[in-house]
Design a protein around this ligand. Structure first.
Ligand SMILES: [Zn+2]
Ligand SMILES: [Zn+2]
Length: 129
């Protein structure tokens, strides 16, 4: 007999702790940080300033990291979606006074789903004539 519990365990969706949306994007914050580190070699000053913050952020969510198939790189499931994580990075970059150019480059490289919340609601409203 197939119990309901067994079934839902298979189908379980993992929600982001920050935005409460299902985590569907392929890279976890840990793997994203590796990418961000590589990108930031272009900007050593920003790199040395932001990396300690990112590591601290990762330490906070590390204990919630579980085995799973969410991330295409490390096969783990994080409790924060890439959207919320990249948004956090953008916020930190802005706070550090990163130039418009750097921010644009970041968004271009790490643009996962910037229509995830907020923006999409605006877009929807705009489409109603
Ligand atoms: Zn999220
Ligand atoms: Zn990963």
């Amino acid at each position: 007999m197939i119990t309901k519990n067994n079934y839902s365990a298979d189908e379980q969706q993992f929600m982001c702790d920050v935005c409460s949306e299902a985590i569907t994007n392929p890279l976890c914050p840990f793997c994203l940080t590796t990418e961000i580190e590589a990108w930031l070699t272009l900007y050593p000053n920003l790199r040395s300033e932001i990396l300690p913050k990112l590591k601290k952020y990762l330490i906070n969510i590390q204990n919630k990291l579980v085995e799973g198939d969410n991330c295409i790189k490390c096969n783990k499931r994080a409790s924060v979606c890439p959207y919320c994580f990249t948004e956090y990075v953008v916020r930190e970059l802005k706070r550090m006074g990163a130039s418009e150019l750097v921010l644009k480059e970041f968004i271009k490289f790490f643009n996962f789903d910037f229509e995830h919340n907020g923006y999409s609601q605006k877009t929807e409203t705009l489409h109603i004539y």
